[in-house]
Design a protein around this ligand. Structure first.
Ligand code: CUA
Length: 165
């Protein structure tokens, strides 16, 4: 079969490109452990007070690790503000109690969609002191643009540093 030389180059270029993408995908999964965000549990959004989300807020797990249980609703997050020391590893457990919302943490690698009753889990590190916002980035009605929460990262104190030993 005759293949024109230019066409041959294009076929090679396409093959190399596909091979590179496939290798990147496999390396991401098997070497770097990348996973698509997926729900880690379900609750009945009409019975929040009988779930672990009845008490929202920050939980200190020791060694500068924290868990945050957070609820999204039209048009706010609960709690609306949390404070952690610099260097904290924070795992968020978030769900919505009414409609679909978004959950994006400014300057950090968290970007998930919140669906009523589905629990989303995401972990990140807050290394740099400062103020960061959690933003709802799924349109959820007339108050959507006002739907955010705040994370305050305080400079680590000696006491915090000691807990990392
Ligand atoms: Cu909640 Cu937009």
């Amino acid at each position: 079969m005759h293949i024109d030389v230019l066409e041959r180059y294009w076929l090679i270029a396409v093959g190399v490109t596909l091979g590179t993408f496939t290798a990147a995908l496999l390396a991401g999964i098997f070497i770097f452990g990348l996973r698509t965000p997926s729900p880690v549990g379900r609750i009945d959004p009409t019975m929040i007070d009988q779930t672990e989300f009845a008490e929202t807020g920050l939980r200190d797990m020791g060694n500068n690790r924290y868990e945050v249980y957070m609820l999204a609703q039209m048009w706010s997050f609960r709690p609306s503000e949390i404070t952690v020391p610099a260097g904290a590893e924070v795992t968020f457990f978030v769900t919505s109690q009414d409609i679909s919302h978004g959950f994006m943490v400014e300057d950090h690698d968290i970007n998930v969609m919140l669906l009523p009753g589905q629990i989303a889990r995401a972990t990140t590190f807050f290394d740099e002191p400062g103020t960061y916002h959690i933003i709802c980035h799924e349109y959820c009605g007339p108050g959507h643009h006002n739907m955010y929460a705040t994370i305050i990262v305080e400079p680590a104190t000696t006491a915090d540093a000691d807990t990392t030993k």
